[in-house]
Design a protein around this ligand. Sequence first.
Ligand code: SF4
Length: 726
Amino acid sequence: MADLPISKEAIENIFGPHLKHEPPGGWNSTIQEPDSKVKTHCCFCGQGCGIILKTKDNAVIGFDPWEAFPFNKGKLCPKGVKRYMQGSHPDRLMNPLENQPGKGYGVISWDEAYTKIVDAIRRIQQEYGRDAFAMLSGVSLTNEKSYMIGKFARVALQTANLDYNGRLCMVSAGAGNKKAFGIDRAANSWADILETDLILCTGTNVSECSPITTDYIWKARDTRGAKLIVVDPRMTPIARTADLYLPVRPGTDVYLFNTILSLMIQAGDIDSVFIEQHTTNFDEVKAAVAKYNPQDCERVTGVPAVNIIKAAEWWGKAKRSFLLHARGIEHHTKGVDNVLSCINIVLASGRIGRVGCGYATITGQGNGQGGREQGHKCDQLPGNRDISNPEHRKYIANVWGIDEKDLPGKGLSAQEIVNEIHAGKIKGLISICFNPLVSLPDSQFTEEALKKLDFYVAIDFFMNETARYANIILPGSLHEEDEGTATTAEGRVVRIQAAVSPPGEAKIDWHIIKEIAKRLGKEKFFNYQKSEDIFNEMRLASHGGTADYYGISYEMIEKNMGVFWPCPEIGHPGTPRLFEGGKFYHPDGKAHFNAVEYRLSADLINEEYPIYLTTGRVVFHFLSGTQTRRIGFLTDQCPEPYVEIHPRLAAKHAIEEGDLVKITSRRGSIELKAKVVKTIRPDTIFVPYHWPDGKSINRLTQRALDPISKIPEFKMSAVNIQKVYF
Ligand code: SF4
């Protein structure tokens, strides 16, 4: 086959200069013609961008833009552009490994590994009870795997203690959505952003964390003159393009949104007809927010009163509006309250369920939406059913062919599982695509817990930092090595296609789970031959739940390039926009206002710890960095964490650009280089969280949880800083 020339200009024509990438071999080099081109989706964030992977000799060698895919139309961020490179990394796990005392990790056979795992599960459960063996999973996994893991934990392990890393991501939004709307999904597809007049982004660094959403926001501005309000302690790239920027103090979001609602009510800028016909509980919320005023709000939030008033006027009087939020308001001990305070201003405006009128949380992880629907949360069964609801339990027990009495009840959340491991009550753990040592707060505590485990088996494709503590590591599959479905931030169910097969002795994740289930004597419950078999069972299990996939088939997804759930019947077209006609998903058919009061964060600033620390992502890395820290281009762009400090705060501590700064919280200290920037509040510092060990900012964050969602308070810790002198 002839080699194809590729020029820098050709790449820039497709991606624009800001997304340029260097092809294998450098600019103006040649690339090999692929054996195949596979239409699939990016493995990283919840945007789920379409991408065409090019393969040769069972390796992914590059990509083409999938311009027909409606969400991103060929556009990708730097992570998507370089995602194809990880599969060839020499760290790729290819054999089962056992940590042998005194010798370190050695290769063992699959049969030996399975035998030791099953023996350990049986021994621990016989001695300490079934719940003493826990499972932690990831939401980068497909819907099929998420569903199967939920079933595996309840039917094969028979443990209540299963949870997932979405617990560190989207659960506050999910809980808030269910309380307000009776369903947990973005209210609209992103197409409605293009049709709106006012966009409010709060706690979302869209340009770095969900870059393709930036394109929607800017298009709405360019084509309709839409205005943009951004609420964030940092003047993120999207905030620099905003018409109104509100630099809120970390942890004070409820105060701001309650004040905005109070001002809207006073000005009569609410939709009384919509409130009367389609909602409940407005009077309680109205009474609760009456005492919030712009002057007190300025004192608490640090946002100038004049701009709070302006935001309330713009939101109150808009004809069409769209509110977007993400982890910035969700990663708090009051994350659910923050979400509800946002939803209250949406419901009061009545602008939801119509063209250009909507609301969404921007899901973080690749399958953050689907992964929180199909039953691998500690309190959930497939279809977003409640594991404590007798009717829901009965339905799922029937689908699974088990006695409802044998279905475990509500278990512990991810952080609570680690707390119980630390307390010596949970003795065994199986994890899959979850790196809690980097992801969870207070990482020294997590490390202590991992050392206490009697037996730990980790399934992953790279040796992540947590897996270093495992007795046995099983080589699972990369995103491009298996097929299935995922559900994007919009609620669009998309097809993940296998581009290559797992290398060496690595196996497809669900094949590993199936074999362990078989050896635990539960083979008949996991008799799947292909991913589609799991999907078809999942459709049935989801039927009648709010996250209803019953009418969706692989064929339908491929034909339409995605289907929006709910899709409750065969022949149903799917539901891109929820709540049309004011129909909500609570039994009364209405949306529910929820009164929330401002309360303090768990970790208070004082004289010793006078500075707010907030954490987040950078565009070049993803979550715990297991994948992106192994992609050279991304690591070159951002090789290590840093601390963003405002010039006034830096001057107070004699800190200059590039100086080493010691940051100390009530949990510990780390030392990072200073980045002195004007784009952050002077009372706040920011550190990205993608690195392990001595560079992990989660050595400083705290284990305090939201009482409803059980999300840790990553976004607000009290710290002090000192320049490090040599
Ligand atoms: Fe798209 Fe997200 Fe992948 Fe970037 S990381 S290409 S925005 S899916």
